[in-house]
Each structure stands twice: as structure tokens, then as C-alpha cells.
Design a protein around this ligand. Structure first.
Ligand SMILES: NC(=O)c1ccc[n+]([C@@H]2O[C@H](COP(=O)([O-])OP(=O)(O)OC[C@H]3O[C@@H](n4cnc5c(N)ncnc54)[C@H](O)[C@@H]3O)[C@@H](O)[C@H]2O)c1
Length: 268
């Protein structure tokens, strides 16, 4: 029996993964700071703060891998976001190390590289950090922290630069950046099961026709997306002219409108 600890499990992506990662021979241990519903699926439910090293180390004991989702998913004042996202990443990796867990999957974000611009080819997943917000800084630091724990301690660390992970694409930009719930499940499954991946950064994006983020790094760990936001394009584009992908900064920058969000303000 393998055991996977998922932090931030009560959140949007955590709930998507709860059903998609369940399989025979695998136990899910679900941790969140808010109480979770016992759905009768046999998952072990923990209510704890992911920034509490003692609690996290205890939660990691007996686990084979950690999927670290707990965090604030948008822009906030620095003190607030660094306390959860930055400290929480250190705690997740350090707790895993102390408990002897050799693999950690980190929920990074396109906002770690938000000021990267669309070029001729696909943007590689290891494009240098170019954060667009304090939120993006915490995700760039998350990737650096993961790289440290791999280099120092030989842990397998896979940072997923997740785009827009929602049930459906909801605006023009998300026609390029959407990660479907099923592809999110496929991506995390690949990150959990790829043999000896070492340290990787991978885009979390579906096989969208309008995608400009590389899938090569994901394919290298066995992530083969099956969904395409284009299936929703007619609905989204019905009320507007064809978007100007090369001329609109919200479309040609990886971070979209986060690049013009007031620092420390709302996520926009
Ligand atoms: N949804 C997306 O499109 C997207 C895109 C890029 C990155 N991400 C990242 O993926 C992760 C999950 O995102 P989401 O959309 O599910 O967000 P969410 O807000 O729905 O879920 C986050 C969960 O983390 C929990 N949490 C927050 N602080 C905690 C703490 N100190 N201890 C324990 N639990 C805590 C919250 O209670 C919540 O259930 C986040 O790290 C986010 O930055 C999400």
C-alpha cells in the first residue's frame, strides 16, 4: 500500500484530485487547515496547519509522497502571502525530509514566470523565473526551494507550473492556459509515478490548440494531456472579435492580467 499526503486538500484542486488519484493499493491522507467532509471513500482526514513543522512532520510519517497544494492562490500583502506560501513550502519539504519521504510535488504557477512573453516556439517549462506579483515570487521561491532539497538531499521534486485549473475555461486567455480537472489528475499522477525524476519543472496545461507553453517537459515524465480548451472556444468567443494574441499583453504574457495587478492587492 502506498500513501500520498495531499496538503490543501479541501481546496479546489485538492477536491479534483481526491477522486482522480484514488486507486486500489493507494491510501490518500488529506490535510487542510479547514475540516473536510468524510465522503466514505476511506481517505484519512487531517485538520492541521501546513506551516506547522511538527504537525506536518507527523503528517508525513508513513507517506511515500507529498502533493503540496496548501497556499493562498492569488495576490496578497507580502507578510500574509509569504507566511503561508513561502514558509509553507519550506515546511512541506523539510517535514518530508525529516519523515523520510523521498518525493514532493509542488503546486507552482505560471505567475512564477508571469512576465515571460510569447515567442516563436513554445515557452519551456524551465524558463527563468520572472514573477509578476508577490504571489509569483512565492512560487519562484517554491521552485528554488525544491531545487535545493533535490540538490542537498537527493529528493525527487516536481514543480508544476499550473495555469488555469478550473472545471471549464472561462475567458479568452484561458483558451490557452486551461488545465482541465482530468488533465490535472493525469499530471499529478505522472509526477507521482515517473521513475527517478530528480528535479523537474513542468507546465500544468492541457493540450489546448491556443497553448504556447511547452508540453515537452510534461511528456518526459509521462504526462499526456487529453483535453483541449478549444472545445469551449465557440461559447467564449461568441460575443467578441477574434482576440489579438500578439498585441494584447494580457494574452502574450504568461501572467496575463496579474502583470498589472497592484502589488499586495487583490488577485485580479
Ligand atoms: N487553481 C489554479 O488554477 C491554480 C493555478 C496555479 C497554481 N495553483 C496553486 O495550486 C494550489 C491549490 O490551488 P486551489 O486553486 O485549489 O486553491 P484553493 O484556495 O481552492 O485551495 C487551497 C487550500 O489550501 C488550504 N490552506 C491554506 N492555507 C493553509 C495552511 N496554512 N495549512 C493547511 N491548508 C491551508 C485552504 O484551506 C484551501 O483548502 C495553490 O498553491 C495555488 O497557488 C492553483
Amino acid at each position: 500500500m502506498t500513501r500520498i499526503l495531499i496538503t490543501g486538500a479541501a481546496g479546489s484542486i485538492g477536491r479534483m484530485l481526491r477522486t482522480r488519484l484514488a486507486q486500489p493499493g493507494r491510501a490518500l491522507r488529506l490535510l487542510d487547515v479547514v475540516p473536510q467532509e468524510d465522503t466514505g471513500d476511506g481517505a484519512e482526514l487531517l485538520t492541521a496547519d501546513a506551516t506547522d513543522l511538527e504537525a506536518m512532520t507527523a503528517a508525513c510519517h508513513g507517506a511515500d509522497a507529498v502533493v503540496h497544494l496548501a497556499g493562498i492562490p492569488g495576490e496578497r500583502p507580502w507578510q500574509q502571502i509569504s507566511a503561508v506560501n513561502l514558509d509553507g513550502t519550506y515546511i512541506a519539504l523539510e517535514a518530508a525530509r525529516r519523515a523520510g519521504v523521498s518525493r514532493v510535488v509542488l503546486a507552482s504557477s505560471n505567475h512564477a514566470a508571469g512576465f515571460s512573453e510569447r515567442g516563436d516556439g513554445d515557452l519551456p517549462a524551465d524558463a527563468a523565473g520572472a514573477p509578476d506579483t508577490f504571489y509569483g515570487v512565492t512560487k519562484a521561491a517554491m521552485e528554488a526551494m525544491g531545487k535545493l532539497y533535490h540538490a542537498r538531499f537527493g529528493m525527487d521534486v516536481i514543480a508544476l507550473r499550473i495555469g488555469s485549473c478550473f472545471p471549464e475555461p472561462f475567458n479568452v486567455r484561458s483558451l490557452a492556459t486551461w488545465l482541465s480537472p482530468d488533465d490535472c489528475g493525469r499530471l499529478v499522477e505522472a509526477a507521482l509515478t515517473a521513475p527517478s525524476p530528480g528535479y523537474r519543472v513542468v507546465w500544468g496545461v492541457s493540450a489546448n490548440t491556443r497553448r504556447w507553453w511547452s508540453l515537452a517537459e510534461g511528456e518526459a515524465i509521462g504526462y499526456h494531456p487529453a483535453d483541449d480548451a478549444e472545445a469551449h472556444a465557440a461559447r467564449i468567443l461568441a460575443a467578441q472579435p477574434e482576440p489579438d494574441w500578439a498585441g494584447d499583453p494580457d494574452l502574450y504574457r504568461a501572467g496575463g492580467q496579474f502583470c498589472r495587478t497592484e502589488l499586495g492587492g487583490s488577485s485580479g
